[in-house]
Design a protein around this ligand. Structure first.
Ligand SMILES: *[C@@H]1O[C@H](CO)[C@@H](O)[C@H](O)[C@H]1NC(C)=O
Ligand SMILES: *[C@@H]1O[C@H](CO)[C@@H](O)[C@H](O)[C@H]1NC(C)=O
Ligand SMILES: *[C@@H]1O[C@H](CO)[C@@H](O)[C@H](O)[C@H]1NC(C)=O
Ligand SMILES: *[C@@H]1O[C@H](CO)[C@@H](O)[C@H](O)[C@H]1NC(C)=O
Ligand SMILES: *[C@@H]1O[C@H](CO)[C@@H](O)[C@H](O)[C@H]1NC(C)=O
Length: 231
Protein backbone atom coordinates (compact mmCIF):
# COMPACT_ATOMS: atom_id res chain seq x y z
CA UNK A 1 0.00 0.00 0.00
CA UNK A 2 2.74 2.35 1.05
CA UNK A 3 4.77 1.38 -2.02
CA UNK A 4 1.85 2.03 -4.31
CA UNK A 5 1.21 5.50 -2.93
CA UNK A 6 4.85 6.46 -3.07
CA UNK A 7 4.94 5.25 -6.66
CA UNK A 8 1.86 7.36 -7.35
CA UNK A 9 3.62 10.27 -5.71
CA UNK A 10 6.68 9.83 -7.90
CA UNK A 11 4.53 9.60 -11.03
CA UNK A 12 2.60 12.72 -10.05
CA UNK A 13 5.74 14.60 -9.16
CA UNK A 14 7.22 13.67 -12.52
CA UNK A 15 4.08 14.83 -14.31
CA UNK A 16 4.25 18.18 -12.53
CA UNK A 17 7.92 18.43 -13.35
CA UNK A 18 7.16 17.84 -17.05
CA UNK A 19 4.44 20.48 -16.97
CA UNK A 20 6.86 22.86 -15.37
CA UNK A 21 9.50 22.26 -18.02
CA UNK A 22 6.97 22.62 -20.81
CA UNK A 23 5.50 25.83 -19.50
CA UNK A 24 8.79 27.55 -18.84
CA UNK A 25 10.71 26.00 -21.72
CA UNK A 26 11.03 27.27 -25.25
CA UNK A 27 8.94 26.79 -28.29
CA UNK A 28 5.85 28.33 -26.73
CA UNK A 29 4.08 29.79 -29.71
CA UNK A 30 0.56 29.72 -31.15
CA UNK A 31 1.04 30.52 -34.82
CA UNK A 32 3.60 31.54 -37.44
CA UNK A 33 4.19 34.86 -39.19
CA UNK A 34 5.67 34.43 -42.66
CA UNK A 35 7.30 37.76 -43.42
CA UNK A 36 8.27 38.94 -46.90
CA UNK A 37 10.08 42.20 -47.45
CA UNK A 38 10.27 44.76 -50.24
CA UNK A 39 14.06 45.19 -50.59
CA UNK A 40 14.07 48.84 -51.75
CA UNK A 41 12.20 49.73 -48.53
CA UNK A 42 14.48 47.54 -46.42
CA UNK A 43 17.43 49.48 -47.77
CA UNK A 44 16.07 52.89 -46.81
CA UNK A 45 18.07 54.25 -43.89
CA UNK A 46 19.97 50.97 -43.76
CA UNK A 47 23.55 51.36 -42.62
CA UNK A 48 24.48 48.29 -44.67
CA UNK A 49 25.83 48.38 -48.25
CA UNK A 50 22.43 47.89 -49.91
CA UNK A 51 21.39 51.49 -49.38
CA UNK A 52 23.94 52.49 -51.98
CA UNK A 53 22.45 50.57 -54.88
CA UNK A 54 19.05 49.95 -56.36
CA UNK A 55 18.04 46.63 -54.82
CA UNK A 56 15.96 43.70 -55.99
CA UNK A 57 12.46 44.70 -57.20
CA UNK A 58 10.70 41.56 -55.90
CA UNK A 59 9.41 40.59 -52.49
CA UNK A 60 11.84 38.23 -50.77
CA UNK A 61 11.69 36.32 -47.50
CA UNK A 62 12.61 38.01 -44.26
CA UNK A 63 11.68 35.12 -42.01
CA UNK A 64 9.23 32.59 -40.63
CA UNK A 65 8.49 33.57 -37.06
CA UNK A 66 6.78 31.37 -34.50
CA UNK A 67 4.64 33.88 -32.59
CA UNK A 68 2.44 34.32 -29.56
CA UNK A 69 -1.04 35.90 -29.84
CA UNK A 70 -0.51 38.05 -26.79
CA UNK A 71 2.95 39.20 -27.81
CA UNK A 72 3.78 38.82 -31.52
CA UNK A 73 7.43 39.67 -30.87
CA UNK A 74 7.98 36.51 -28.83
CA UNK A 75 9.29 33.91 -28.52
CA UNK A 76 12.84 34.41 -29.70
CA UNK A 77 16.32 33.07 -29.10
CA UNK A 78 15.01 29.81 -27.68
CA UNK A 79 17.11 26.89 -26.63
CA UNK A 80 17.48 24.45 -29.51
CA UNK A 81 19.89 23.26 -32.18
CA UNK A 82 22.13 26.00 -33.52
CA UNK A 83 22.07 26.63 -37.26
CA UNK A 84 24.00 23.98 -39.15
CA UNK A 85 24.90 24.79 -42.76
CA UNK A 86 25.45 21.07 -43.50
CA UNK A 87 21.71 20.51 -43.09
CA UNK A 88 20.95 22.60 -46.19
CA UNK A 89 21.29 20.54 -49.34
CA UNK A 90 22.93 22.24 -52.33
CA UNK A 91 19.53 22.19 -54.01
CA UNK A 92 17.77 23.92 -51.13
CA UNK A 93 20.63 26.36 -50.84
CA UNK A 94 20.29 27.46 -54.45
CA UNK A 95 16.52 27.87 -53.98
CA UNK A 96 17.06 30.04 -50.91
CA UNK A 97 19.57 32.18 -52.79
CA UNK A 98 16.60 33.34 -54.88
CA UNK A 99 13.85 33.48 -52.28
CA UNK A 100 15.77 34.47 -49.14
CA UNK A 101 18.76 36.65 -50.04
CA UNK A 102 20.40 38.96 -47.57
CA UNK A 103 19.42 42.14 -49.35
CA UNK A 104 21.32 44.36 -46.94
CA UNK A 105 24.80 42.84 -46.89
CA UNK A 106 24.78 39.99 -49.38
CA UNK A 107 25.73 37.46 -46.69
CA UNK A 108 22.91 35.02 -47.42
CA UNK A 109 24.04 32.22 -45.16
CA UNK A 110 24.60 34.64 -42.30
CA UNK A 111 21.03 35.87 -42.74
CA UNK A 112 19.60 32.32 -42.70
CA UNK A 113 21.67 31.51 -39.65
CA UNK A 114 20.41 34.59 -37.81
CA UNK A 115 16.76 33.85 -38.61
CA UNK A 116 17.04 30.20 -37.60
CA UNK A 117 18.85 30.97 -34.37
CA UNK A 118 16.51 33.78 -33.38
CA UNK A 119 13.17 32.33 -34.57
CA UNK A 120 13.42 28.85 -36.12
CA UNK A 121 14.74 27.20 -32.97
CA UNK A 122 11.56 28.22 -31.14
CA UNK A 123 9.44 25.93 -33.33
CA UNK A 124 11.95 23.14 -33.82
CA UNK A 125 9.47 20.62 -32.39
CA UNK A 126 7.26 21.34 -35.42
CA UNK A 127 9.73 22.13 -38.19
CA UNK A 128 13.32 20.97 -38.08
CA UNK A 129 15.93 23.14 -39.76
CA UNK A 130 15.48 21.62 -43.20
CA UNK A 131 11.67 21.74 -42.99
CA UNK A 132 11.80 25.32 -41.73
CA UNK A 133 13.64 26.50 -44.83
CA UNK A 134 11.77 24.23 -47.27
CA UNK A 135 8.40 25.39 -45.95
CA UNK A 136 9.38 29.05 -46.21
CA UNK A 137 10.57 28.66 -49.79
CA UNK A 138 7.35 26.83 -50.72
CA UNK A 139 5.28 29.67 -49.27
CA UNK A 140 7.29 32.19 -51.27
CA UNK A 141 6.63 30.28 -54.50
CA UNK A 142 3.00 29.60 -53.67
CA UNK A 143 1.99 33.19 -52.90
CA UNK A 144 3.95 35.46 -55.19
CA UNK A 145 3.20 38.79 -53.52
CA UNK A 146 4.96 40.77 -56.27
CA UNK A 147 2.67 39.16 -58.85
CA UNK A 148 -0.47 39.48 -56.74
CA UNK A 149 0.10 43.22 -56.28
CA UNK A 150 1.04 43.74 -59.92
CA UNK A 151 -2.17 42.06 -60.99
CA UNK A 152 -4.08 44.55 -58.85
CA UNK A 153 -2.10 47.42 -60.45
CA UNK A 154 -0.21 48.00 -57.22
CA UNK A 155 3.24 48.61 -58.64
CA UNK A 156 6.09 50.84 -57.50
CA UNK A 157 5.27 54.47 -58.18
CA UNK A 158 6.96 57.68 -57.02
CA UNK A 159 3.83 59.60 -56.01
CA UNK A 160 0.78 57.34 -56.02
CA UNK A 161 -0.68 56.33 -52.65
CA UNK A 162 -2.91 53.51 -51.44
CA UNK A 163 -5.09 52.87 -48.44
CA UNK A 164 -4.16 50.02 -46.13
CA UNK A 165 -7.34 48.16 -47.11
CA UNK A 166 -6.63 48.50 -50.87
CA UNK A 167 -3.46 46.49 -50.50
CA UNK A 168 -4.89 44.02 -48.00
CA UNK A 169 -7.92 43.34 -50.23
CA UNK A 170 -5.75 42.62 -53.26
CA UNK A 171 -3.73 40.05 -51.33
CA UNK A 172 -6.73 38.58 -49.54
CA UNK A 173 -8.54 38.03 -52.84
CA UNK A 174 -5.91 35.47 -53.77
CA UNK A 175 -4.66 34.05 -50.50
CA UNK A 176 -8.17 34.04 -48.96
CA UNK A 177 -6.79 35.12 -45.60
CA UNK A 178 -6.04 38.53 -44.14
CA UNK A 179 -2.40 39.58 -44.30
CA UNK A 180 -0.69 42.12 -42.07
CA UNK A 181 1.23 44.99 -43.66
CA UNK A 182 4.29 46.54 -42.09
CA UNK A 183 5.46 49.99 -43.11
CA UNK A 184 8.44 52.25 -42.74
CA UNK A 185 8.19 55.88 -41.85
CA UNK A 186 8.57 58.26 -44.76
CA UNK A 187 12.22 59.34 -44.66
CA UNK A 188 11.45 62.63 -46.39
CA UNK A 189 8.39 63.88 -44.58
CA UNK A 190 7.92 67.59 -45.14
CA UNK A 191 6.16 69.61 -42.44
CA UNK A 192 2.72 70.65 -43.57
CA UNK A 193 2.61 68.09 -46.40
CA UNK A 194 0.22 65.13 -46.21
CA UNK A 195 1.77 62.29 -44.27
CA UNK A 196 2.47 58.95 -45.84
CA UNK A 197 4.29 55.75 -45.01
CA UNK A 198 6.16 53.23 -47.15
CA UNK A 199 5.08 49.63 -47.68
CA UNK A 200 7.89 47.50 -46.30
CA UNK A 201 6.68 43.98 -45.44
CA UNK A 202 3.75 41.66 -46.07
CA UNK A 203 3.00 39.09 -43.38
CA UNK A 204 0.96 35.94 -43.97
CA UNK A 205 -0.07 33.95 -40.91
CA UNK A 206 -0.05 30.17 -40.52
CA UNK A 207 -1.44 27.96 -37.79
CA UNK A 208 0.70 26.05 -35.30
CA UNK A 209 1.81 23.32 -37.69
CA UNK A 210 2.57 25.79 -40.49
CA UNK A 211 0.31 23.85 -42.83
CA UNK A 212 -2.76 26.07 -43.14
CA UNK A 213 -2.99 29.80 -43.56
CA UNK A 214 -5.04 31.79 -41.05
CA UNK A 215 -6.04 35.45 -40.75
CA UNK A 216 -3.44 37.72 -39.21
CA UNK A 217 -4.62 40.14 -36.53
CA UNK A 218 -3.72 43.75 -37.00
CA UNK A 219 -1.59 43.90 -33.89
CA UNK A 220 1.19 46.07 -35.23
CA UNK A 221 2.33 47.17 -38.62
CA UNK A 222 1.41 50.16 -40.74
CA UNK A 223 -0.12 53.15 -39.01
CA UNK A 224 -3.84 53.58 -39.19
CA UNK A 225 -5.26 56.27 -41.49
CA UNK A 226 -1.94 57.19 -43.07
CA UNK A 227 -1.69 56.64 -46.82
CA UNK A 228 0.83 54.16 -48.11
CA UNK A 229 3.35 54.59 -50.89
CA UNK A 230 4.97 51.68 -52.67
CA UNK A 231 8.29 52.59 -54.22
C1 LIG B 1 2.25 33.94 -24.74
O1 LIG B 1 2.73 34.99 -23.93
C2 LIG B 1 2.03 35.11 -22.71
C3 LIG B 1 2.52 36.38 -22.02
O2 LIG B 1 3.90 36.49 -22.07
C4 LIG B 1 2.27 33.85 -21.89
O3 LIG B 1 1.59 33.94 -20.66
C5 LIG B 1 1.75 32.64 -22.68
O4 LIG B 1 2.03 31.46 -22.00
C6 LIG B 1 2.36 32.60 -24.06
N1 LIG B 1 1.70 31.57 -24.84
C7 LIG B 1 2.36 30.55 -25.36
C8 LIG B 1 1.57 29.53 -26.12
O5 LIG B 1 3.55 30.46 -25.21
C1 LIG C 1 18.45 27.78 -22.14
O1 LIG C 1 19.02 26.80 -21.31
C2 LIG C 1 19.92 27.33 -20.35
C3 LIG C 1 20.58 26.18 -19.60
O2 LIG C 1 19.88 24.99 -19.78
C4 LIG C 1 19.17 28.26 -19.40
O3 LIG C 1 20.05 28.82 -18.45
C5 LIG C 1 18.54 29.38 -20.22
O4 LIG C 1 17.76 30.20 -19.39
C6 LIG C 1 17.66 28.79 -21.33
N1 LIG C 1 17.20 29.87 -22.20
C7 LIG C 1 15.93 30.02 -22.53
C8 LIG C 1 15.62 31.17 -23.44
O5 LIG C 1 15.05 29.29 -22.13
C1 LIG D 1 6.78 36.46 -59.12
O1 LIG D 1 6.14 37.42 -59.91
C2 LIG D 1 7.02 38.35 -60.52
C3 LIG D 1 6.18 39.42 -61.18
O2 LIG D 1 5.22 38.87 -62.03
C4 LIG D 1 7.92 37.61 -61.47
O3 LIG D 1 8.85 38.50 -62.06
C5 LIG D 1 8.69 36.53 -60.70
O4 LIG D 1 9.45 35.74 -61.58
C6 LIG D 1 7.74 35.63 -59.94
N1 LIG D 1 8.51 34.75 -59.09
C7 LIG D 1 8.35 33.42 -59.08
C8 LIG D 1 9.20 32.65 -58.16
O5 LIG D 1 7.55 32.87 -59.79
C1 LIG E 1 -5.60 38.80 -61.27
O1 LIG E 1 -6.73 39.62 -61.06
C2 LIG E 1 -7.95 39.06 -61.49
C3 LIG E 1 -9.09 40.06 -61.31
O2 LIG E 1 -8.65 41.28 -60.89
C4 LIG E 1 -8.22 37.81 -60.67
O3 LIG E 1 -9.40 37.22 -61.09
C5 LIG E 1 -7.06 36.84 -60.86
O4 LIG E 1 -7.25 35.73 -60.02
C6 LIG E 1 -5.74 37.50 -60.50
N1 LIG E 1 -4.65 36.58 -60.78
C7 LIG E 1 -3.48 36.61 -60.13
C8 LIG E 1 -2.51 35.58 -60.49
O5 LIG E 1 -3.22 37.45 -59.28
C1 LIG F 1 -6.40 36.94 -33.45
O1 LIG F 1 -7.10 37.28 -32.29
C2 LIG F 1 -8.12 36.37 -31.91
C3 LIG F 1 -8.84 36.89 -30.69
O2 LIG F 1 -7.94 37.38 -29.75
C4 LIG F 1 -7.51 34.99 -31.69
O3 LIG F 1 -8.50 34.04 -31.36
C5 LIG F 1 -6.78 34.57 -32.95
O4 LIG F 1 -6.22 33.32 -32.77
C6 LIG F 1 -5.74 35.59 -33.32
N1 LIG F 1 -5.05 35.20 -34.53
C7 LIG F 1 -3.78 35.51 -34.76
C8 LIG F 1 -3.20 34.99 -36.03
O5 LIG F 1 -3.10 36.19 -34.00
Amino acid sequence: MLKLSSLAFVVLAFAFFLCFIMSTGDGSYNYFQFVQQWPPATCIRSTKPCSKQRSLPIFTIHGLWPSNYSNPKTPSNCNGSQFDAIKLSPRLRSKLKRSWPDVESGNDEGFWEGEWNKHGKCSEQTLNQMQYFERSHEMWIFHNITKILKNASIVPHPTKTWKYTDIVSAIKALTRTTPLLRCKRNPAQVKGQPQFQLLHEVVLCLEYKALKQIDCNRTAGCRNNVDIKFQ
